[in-house]
Write a protein that binds this ligand. Structure first.
Ligand code: ADP
Length: 245
């Protein structure tokens, strides 16, 4: 039995070729145990987005391997990869990416519809209830605040009960109070439901909600911190930015 939700083995991603080649990720090996919350931090250009895209099967590594829930992504056809993403991977981004003409419940039901499943109203309401929006099912995005919209996006990401939830700066567009609400929700999903979360962020306060923070510099893992507070994380980031210069 393997207790890793996601596993990266010697993952490398190079862009371009010849003199213009950029090594965005350089032999990164990391495991993300089930039911844990990991933040990924690093200076701009350190490879955070590339790591997330490769780990989530949105981009293909140049070498090395990615396994999600024990399934190797390398070598899967585009079709199988799409199915795996649809069934087992959830995403939340900085932009909420809700469809403006659909209500909250229609937005949440969308991943199931796209998978050809008929979403039960009870399941959709349960997902909205989990993010504290049970009473807003019929609202359209424009009738909701930014924090509420991100919570709808979260319910939509979790409707398929994914093995792993990826966040790319999920609180980047929110004010600090709303951001804290969303982070508390994420933390609760890990603690209560055993959800696995991997979140890229530049915000030490956001990262402090994770169990551990993995730091990247120039496409390589540059240490990690477990159970650190925002101040400790901010200090480490300042040190790393000096290294990266
Ligand atoms: P971060 O998310 O930490 O800012 P990225 O993963 O976006 O870092 O980028 C890592 C490196 O790879 C950077 O040097 C960036 O310029 C380069 N890079 C990212 N995507 C591409 C691409 N599509 N083509 C060429 N270079 C890229």
């Amino acid at each position: 039995m393997n207790d890793d939700a996601v596993r990266l083995d010697s993952l490398s991603r190079r862009y371009g070729s010849g003199e213009d080649a950029v090594t965005a990720l350089d032999r990164v090996s990391l495991s993300f145990p089930k039911g844990t919350f990991t933040a990924v931090m690093g200076p701009s250009g350190s490879g955070k987005s590339t790591l997330l895209q490769c780990a989530a099967g949105l981009d293909r590594p140049t070498s090395g391997s990615v396994a999600v829930g024990g399934t190797e992504l390398t070598g899967l056809s585009e079709r199988r990869l799409t199915l795996l993403r649809r069934e087992h991977i959830g995403f939340v981004f900085q932009a909420f990416n809700l469809l403006p003409s659909l209500t909250a419940e229609q937005n949440v039901a969308l991943p199931l519809r796209l998978a050809g499943r008929r979403p039960s109203r009870a399941r959709v309401r349960e997902a909205l209830g989990q993010v504290g929006l049970g009473g807003r099912a019929r609202h359209r995005p424009a009738e909701l605040s930014g924090g509420q919209q991100q919570r709808v996006a979260l319910a939509r990401a979790l409707i398929t009960r994914p093995r792993v939830l990826f966040g790319d700066e999920p609180t980047g567009a929110l004010d600090s109070r709303t951001s804290r609400e969303v982070l508390t929700l994420l933390r609760g999903m890990v603690d209560r439901e055993g959800q696995t979360i991997i979140m890229v962020t530049h915000d030490p306060v956001a990262a402090a909600h994770a169990d551990r923070v993995v730091f990247l510099v120039d496409g390589r893992v540059h240490g990690e911190l477990a159970g650190a507070g925002a101040e400790g994380i901010a200090t480490r980031m300042t040190e790393l930015e000096a290294v990266a210069c």
